[in-house]
Design a protein around this ligand. Structure first.
Ligand SMILES: [Zn+2]
Length: 150
């Protein structure tokens, strides 16, 4: 047994860190085999950039680490179902597999909304595994958005 946290554990810890900084709690980790290429969290507020989703930042970091312009053979772990922008970036960079935790009924684009990977115009469809640690990710999101309303 390895003592290293699983990629989803790492993503959840990053999401927790995002919430502590006033960002919506989403974390994303990209691995190639056992190697973590990128571990990022939402930074929309900090960077004043609405495209600074955890997945986008992780994709850019992983691309820089690899230098091939592609992430084929790499897997993404993210605590929330990717939105349309991130799903597009996932398809363009040819990530192999996506593991996500909580479903996003309002803004998700994988199993909700436009279901980007199921569209005939989408030329790369990663393998998708949803629901990993979903309860913990949902609880974190619920607590965060409740705190905004209080
Ligand atoms: Zn996104």
């Amino acid at each position: 047994m390895s003592s290293a946290p699983s990629p989803m554990e790492l993503a959840l810890a990053l999401a927790e860190d995002a919430a502590a900084q006033g960002e919506a709690p989403v974390g994303a980790v990209i691995v190639e085999g056992q190697t973590v290429l990128a571990a990022e969290r939402n930074r929309m507020r900090a960077l004043a950039d609405p495209t600074a989703h955890a997945e986008m930042l992780a994709i850019r970091t992983a691309l820089a680490a690899r230098g091939t312009g592609r992430l084929d053979g790499c897997d993404l772990y993210v605590t929330l179902e990717p939105c349309a922008m991130c799903a597009g970036a996932i398809a363009h960079t040819r990530l192999r597999r996506i593991y996500f935790a909580a479903e996003d009924i309002k803004a998700g684009a994988v199993e909700n909304g436009i279901r980007l990977f199921d569209q005939p115009t989408c030329h790369h469809r990663p393998e998708v595994i949803g629901g990993l640690s979903a309860g913990r990710a949902e609880a974190m999101l619920t607590a965060f958005f409740r705190s905004l309303r209080d």
